[in-house]
Design a protein around this ligand. Structure first.
Ligand SMILES: [Zn+2]
Ligand SMILES: [Zn+2]
Length: 303
């Protein structure tokens, strides 16, 4: 059932993009819905370097090319055949998509290198609306039923992640993909709220989940979502630490922590909100830009 709903939603999204017949140009992609200015490029020719990519994308507007750990080395070729192009304006993303053809549900751009002519390169834009999934009817956030998921492949949509976790653990009510505050592009983590405690416990206990069966080595990690303003589960005191051990999974003040851990060594888990705020402060200080639109779940977390 859920897969049918999600399939319908993807079809609606694609219709929103006004994509045309397979293998045909589609000159009608518009600014609405909104895109991130960061776009994923997959399947690049192995001998294409940064300068060559810059020449390919200059026609769409000011941009830069990036890939993970690019600044760590002088190597000019995108490793593993993928890269990101980051435009100054969203209208450049629209121009790029209008230049692509649409093949089997993917935007395709033909890119040539010195040795390969017209290689099909996948262009994956990030739709801002794909950050959120909410099962209807909406329920208020419940952090006792929410897991933090790390290692989420980019760009996975909230609906895709909801479907995967639901098929493994049971009903998912909300998913929020974490995005960076500058480009609103996925950071590779998410928060998932389950409907039932047994689903939450099963996810925390399993901890690692392959994103797909083809690449079992690329696992996502699920941990309890931790608030930074909770009260002690035993005595109600403030200034608590969260014990992420499967046997505890509770907020404890210093006294109760020591009492509960007399004969065992458990490690406290840092609250995600604390990490997010640090990261946002850093972005605002360095870029002077506003944060991305927030989901209802985000709004509650930030209070
Ligand atoms: Zn206590
Ligand atoms: Zn513990």
């Amino acid at each position: 059932m859920i897969f049918g709903m999600l399939a319908c939603r993807r079809i609606r999204d694609l219709r929103k993009l006004k994509t045309m017949v397979s293998n045909q140009p589609h000159p009608a992609v518009s600014l609405n819905p909104s895109f991130s200015k960061k776009v994923f490029l997959g399947g690049l020719p192995p001998d294409i370097d940064e300068n060559h990519l810059n020449r390919c994308f200059a026609v769409f507007g000011n941009h830069r090319v990036d890939w993970p750990h690019k600044s760590d080395s002088d190597y000019q070729f995108p490793p593993q055949g993928y890269a990101f192009v980051i435009f100054e304006k969203t209208s450049s993303v629209v121009s790029l998509l209008n230049t692509c053809t649409f093949v089997d549900g993917k935007f395709i751009l033909l890119v040539s290198s010195l040795s390969i002519k017209n290689k099909q390169v996948q262009v994956r834009p990030w739709l801002l609306s794909d950050c959120f999934y909410m099962y209807s009817p909406a329920s208020p956030p419940d952090y006792r039923l929410t897991v933090f998921v790390g290692g989420v492949p980019r760009p996975t949509t909230a609906a895709q992640l909801a479907a995967l976790l639901q098929s493994n653990f049971g009903r998912v009510l909300q998913v929020t993909i974490d995005v960076d505050s500058h480009l609103c592009y996925p950071r590779g983590s998410a928060r998932v709220r389950f409907a039932y405690r047994h689903s939450y416990m099963a996810a925390v206990e399993k901890r690692f989940l392959p994103f797909n069966d083809c690449e079992p080595e690329k696992s996502m990690e699920m941990k309890p979502f931790v608030l930074d303003n909770a009260k002690c589960d035993k005595c109600g005191n403030e200034n608590v630490k969260f014990c992420g051990s499967f046997k505890c999974l509770s907020y404890l003040c210093s006294l109760c922590w020591n009492e509960a851990h007399r004969n065992k060594v458990h490690q406290p888990v840092l609250a995600e909100a604390k990490r997010n705020r640090r990261s946002k402060r850093h972005h605002r200080a360095s870029n002077g830009v506003p944060a991305c639109p927030q989901s209802p779940q985000n709004s509650v977390q930030e209070t």
